[in-house]
Design a binder for this molecule. Structure first.
Ligand SMILES: C[S@@+](CC[C@H](N)C(=O)[O-])C[C@H]1O[C@@H](n2cnc3c(N)ncnc32)[C@H](O)[C@@H]1O
Length: 359
């Protein structure tokens, strides 16, 4: 039995089960609507026109339906939607019909029922590939990297945050070839471990995958990469892998393209649909600000207090103001509500935080 929901411009039939789990009929997670919102905004801001797009792990098809309904028609030359579950493919077709999207005899839309790797490898390549699996994206990275076009965008979700953030360090070593660290900045470290693993998959094929938009949210991490093809560019990616406080190797380069982060925020602000979503707007604004600060890792204010015996914590805004007065940039971070991102050296920040607020 199914029920209907609305997400963005899409009307979607989803299984009636209230509990979101891998074993539900066909998978749909309302908590991932932000993941799909951000994908729409990113493609609207960064994707070129006439793209060949792939949704290899499509489940209900909600993502592709949103792309077709929310992106301008000129953006999409062809969109290929796939799932290995027969019931998912049946539901995808029903959902396309529900949204009045003609998929039969439409050269722009291809719906397939294959293993995702076979689907990707049998294709001639894509300008956008969206890997949105259960758990780790590892099984799909090789085929996705092989079929990613020059200048193409690869989107990767990982939900195995216990491995990436250090609760399951052996799993991290096995799956991501890196040592995680369960500390105050574990979500950024985990995200950077994921970035490096995807980059290693790309580098085998001389594909230099630079992150253009990355984030960690609740139970998952998500990174969008731009494929800048070439041997020397791939070598320059590998040179930016290294350790941070005993964790890693991780990607030590930027996590965002700041022009893109600006453009996505502006697009959302101008949209009657996205601008109403306060959580999304705050998230995009914070990332827009973070993208302007060139720093690996962030400062957790509670952690600094406990490590430095600081009994009275100034407000985060006050601390940021003092940092800026001393000549450094500072902003909030989407990774944590009691932290900030800044290039200020740690001892200077501790000095600022030790100043008694009542003096
Ligand atoms: C997390 S769900 C995808 C959610 C979807 N992208 C969305 O935005 O709602 C993962 C989907 O991948 C499918 N899947 C898992 N392994 C696969 C494989 N090897 N080949 C094709 N589909 C696969 C599952 O049937 C499931 O529908």
């Amino acid at each position: 039995m199914n029920r209907q929901i609305i997400e963005g411009s899409a009307k979607i039939e989803i299984p009636k089960e209230e509990k979101v789990s891998r074993s539900m009929g066909v998978f749909y997670n309302p908590a991932m609507s932000l993941n799909r919102d951000i994908s729409v905004l990113l493609l609207d801001s960064a994707g070129r026109s006439g793209m060949q797009m792939a949704d290899p792990l499509a489940a209900t098809g909600v993502r592709s339906i949103r792309f077709l309904k929310e992106l301008s028609a000129s953006k999409i030359k062809r969109i290929c939607i796939n799932d290995y579950d027969k019931n998912a493919v049946k539901l995808i077709k029903e959902n396309f019909a529900l949204n009045n999207i003609q998929y039969k005899n439409n050269p722009k839309i291809v719906i397939q029922n294959q293993d995702a790797n076979i689907f990707l490898l049998n294709s001639t390549g894509f300008d956008y590939i969206d890997i949105d699996p259960f758990g780790t994206p590892n099984p799909f990275l090789d085929a996705a990297c092989k079929r990613l076009a020059r200048n193409g965008i690869l989107a990767v979700t990982a939900t195995d945050t216990s491995a990436l953030c250090g609760t399951a360090p052996k799993a991290c070593l096995r799956k991501y070839w890196a040592i995680p660290k369960k500390d105050a900045i574990m979500h950024e470290t985990g995200l950077r471990i994921l970035v490096r693993k995807v980059q290693l998959a790309g580098a085998q094929y001389d594909k230099a995958l630079f992150p253009i938009f990355s984030y960690s949210k609740e139970h998952y991490m998500r990174v969008f990469f731009r494929n800048d093809k070439g041997k020397s560019k791939s070598d320059s990616v590998l040179k930016q892998h290294g350790m941070l406080n005993g964790a890693g190797p991780i990607w030590l380069g930027g996590l965002w393209d700041k022009n893109l982060a600006d453009a996505m925020y502006c697009k959302a602000l101008k949209s009657s649909y996205f601008s109403k979503n306060k959580g999304l707007m705050k998230f995009l604004k914070t990332i827009k600000e973070e993208s302007r600060i060139n720093a690996v890792g962030f400062y957790d204010l509670h952690d600094i207090c406990s490590k430095n015996n600081i009994k009275s914590l100034l407000k985060r805004e006050e601390i940021m103001e003092k940092i800026m007065k001393s000549g450094y940039k500072a902003c909030e971070t989407h990774f944590s509500g009691h932290s900030l991102r800044s290039g200020i050296p740690y001892p200077k920040l501790v000095g600022i935080m030790k100043i008694n607020k009542f003096l």
